[in-house]
Write a protein that binds this ligand. Structure first.
Ligand code: CTP
Ligand code: MG
Length: 222
């Protein structure tokens, strides 16, 4: 199966002075954490990474220090996450595709291998919603009826490509909602991992460092 790693965002909400995929955790950039995962899974045939066009050479150099770059396809991302996925999908040849975000470093190999074994056109890990939620009209939402979805996610490639064509010009924040809204392909929800949060804001960076240390011992340099 082919894998897409999304790494073409600017990470504005982290307030770092560089994109978060280059942020180091345990001494390694997040983009390498994502590669460590997928390069070590036998079922993954090709890896496609979306990157910010101006950073292509820098990313190639970073990856080259860890892996044989010829095994990895580096493609220019778009101006939105949705566009980046659409551009990456052009390079996908397998029947199903697994999509991951470089901003989620706390996924593990066993979890992914199990995910790959689940059949279906839209396989989506999720965790319970913890906060009490109100919508903007002031009505309380029953959190027991809600879930918080995660990545990596697995899709039927042809259906996802078709859904992306229908969705051009819209702005979905994830592919499970895109394929559901555009083609009525409903997600198969599977139990995600509590620690698999997305690094989004500056506080998430501090939390990520603590989680990393808890999982890996003394953590090494950042
Ligand atoms: N992403 C992408 N192409 C974009 C925007 C985002 O490939 N045009 C990727 C990011 O690199 C990230 C994932 O999609 O791995 C999730 O996006 P998000 O958390 O929003 O990251 P950023 O867009 O980088 O952050 P921000 O929105 O704060 O700028
Ligand atoms: Mg973003």
């Amino acid at each position: 199966m082919d894998a897409i790693i999304l790494a073409a965002g600017y990470g504005c909400r982290t307030n770092l002075h560089f994109p978060k995929q280059l942020m180091r955790l345990g001494g390694k950039p997040l983009i390498i954490h994502a590669l460590d995962l997928f390069m070590n899974i036998q079922e993954i045939d090709n890896i496609i990474i979306t990157v910010i066009p101006e950073t292509i050479n820098e990313i190639k150099e970073i990856i080259n220090a860890y892996y044989d770059i010829s095994k990895i396809k580096i493609v220019e991302g778009g101006s939105t996450r949705q566009e980046s996925v659409r551009l990456a999908l052009e390079h996908v040849k397998s029947k199903r595709v697994i999509i991951h975000e470089s901003a989620r470093p706390f996924i593990n190999r066993r979890f992914v291998i199990n995910l790959l074994s689940i059949e279906g056109d839209s396989i989506i890990p999720c965790v319970p919603v913890i906060p009490t939620i109100y919508n903007k009209k002031g009505y309380y939402e029953d959190r027991d009826k809600l879930v918080d979805i995660q990545l990596p996610q697995i899709f039927n490639t042809e259906l996802l490509k078709q859904a992306h064509m229908e969705a051009i010009g819209k702005n979905y924040s994830d592919d499970s909602s895109l394929i559901c809204d555009e083609l009525c392909v409903y997600p198969i929800l599977v139990k995600g991992l509590e620690e698999n949060f997305k690094i989004t804001s500056s506080i998430d960076i501090e939390i990520a460092r603590c989680v990393y240390e808890t999982i890996n011992g003394s953590g090494g340099g950042f």
